[in-house]
Design a protein around this ligand. Structure first.
Ligand SMILES: Cc1cc2nc3c(=O)[nH]c(=O)nc-3n(C[C@H](O)[C@H](O)[C@H](O)COP(=O)(O)OP(=O)(O)OC[C@H]3O[C@@H](n4cnc5c(N)ncnc54)[C@H](O)[C@@H]3O)c2cc1C
Length: 355
């Protein structure tokens, strides 16, 4: 590890300086590929930092890689530099080519940084972003990524779910460096810093992109997204989910009203999404989002294994289903056999209006 990485500097943009991409020192450590939003690291990226901390006894260094452009990138870099005392440095790739999260330029960026710094581990979240970029970056680096890690037993041994979460597989990575991982954010809660840990912000270095070359074959065209005041499904404390039993998009509004009163995020089964009641981004499950809220409420959800795979780690599960034998009751902490078209209106009536 080079000398400047051991010392921590004050964290302001005045300290942005060029990453020494062509220096000869080998930098052994873990690289977290981070996402940022509104000038801060996303919750998923903070979970990646928590996961990367598991490697620190061996490596003693943790770098964060952020990319994009504009003031929000610089704010995010400043926040990232002090997000956890274990962070040794923040690498910033400042270019418009990264701001739409296209996999091709991002994978090239990771490749570029790895060629210089030779990290032993590269970690990112199993988010849409991480799942998109990491396999491509792994292909460029000619290694096999390990995906959906839920436990790090040692720097080369990991646990990941298989068969839609019905079995857990412990695997040992025997490939060459870097060992590249996506982690399930629900399994790595953001760790509070220990009281005796170092304080101060890590240095921020700008990645030299002069050798980046062409952007690749993909081009950003446009983005359409739903504006919502509701909490993010992936990180919400409470999730209210509706299934096919809601029968229509109109009826599904009951779920949305209930979520609003509870300050909850809305989720849906794949059957409800396929039927067009709600957009795909609300799907919970094996091929949707993985959630682990404090409270998960499922209305008219049968409890297919592919759905359970996405919510089984919720702290408290409440299920309402008119079939007493529905599989959802096998994972529910509280089950109510009844008709959701009677129960939801009753709940809405009894719950106070949200202030
Ligand atoms: C490869 C693959 C991946 C998949 N990925 C996902 C995934 O990510 N997420 C996901 O959710 N599914 C996924 N599925 C689909 C999954 O197998 C199920 O088909 C789906 O979860 C069923 O959705 P559902 O529970 O809404 O509907 P159903 O299975 O039709 O269940 C409806 C339930 O509502 C109950 N009900 C009916 N009327 C009422 C009423 N009035 N009041 C109360 N209860 C009522 C019924 O008793 C029933 O239990 C996947 C499938 C495959 C093959």
């Amino acid at each position: 590890m080079s000398m400047f990485l051991r010392s921590r500097t004050n964290n302001t943009l005045r300290h942005l300086f060029t990453h020494p991409l062509f220096s000869s020192s080998r930098f052994i450590g873990t690289l977290v590929v981070a996402e940022h939003e509104g000038g801060s690291l996303t919750a998923a990226s903070l979970s990646s930092v928590a996961a990367a901390n598991k490697f620190l006894s061996q490596d003693n260094s943790l770098s964060l890689l952020l990319a994009g452009s504009g003031p929000s990138l610089h704010d995010a870099a400043a926040n990232a530099a002090s997000c956890h005392p274990s962070v040794s440095q923040v690498l910033v790739a400042d270019s418009d080519r990264f701001k739409h999260h296209l996999a091709e330029p991002w994978a090239k960026l990771i490749h570029l940084v790895q060629q210089k710094d030779e990290y032993s581990h590269i970690v990112t979240a199993s988010s849409t972003f991480g799942k998109n970029i990491l396999p491509r970056a792994a292909a460029l680096l000619d290694v096999s990524p390990v995906t959906d890690v839920i436990e790090i037993s040692d720097p080369k041994t990991f646990v990941r779910p298989i068969y839609a979460g019905n079995a857990l597989c412990t695997l040992r990575y025997t490939g060459s460096d870097p060992c590249m991982l996506t982690i399930r954010t629900t399994s790595f809660p953001v760790a509070p810093a220990s009281p005796d840990s170092k304080t101060g912000a890590a240095p921020i270095h700008q990645v030299d992109l002069s050798t980046f070359g062409e952007d690749g074959n993909s081009k950003f065209v446009k983005q359409t997204s739903q504006e919502s005041e509701r909490p993010d499904l992936g990180t919400a404390r409470v999730v209210v989910t509706g299934g096919r039993a809601l029968k229509s998009a109109e009826n599904f509004k009951m779920i949305e009203k209930l979520a609003e009163k509870l300050g909850a995020a809305v989720g849906a089964t794949r059957a409800a999404v396929d039927a067009g009641y709600v957009p795909n981004e609300l799907q919970v499950g094996q091929t949707g989002k993985i959630v682990a809220p404090e409270l998960y409420m499922a209305f008219g959800v049968s409890g297919a294994i592919q759905h359970i795979a996405g919510m089984r780690d919720s702290k408290v599960i409440v299920a309402v289903n008119k079939d007493a034998d529905a599989p959802i009751f096998q994972v529910a902490d509280y089950g109510l056999v009844g008709d959701l078209f009677e129960i939801i209106p009753e709940l809405l009536e009894k719950l106070p209006e949200k202030k």
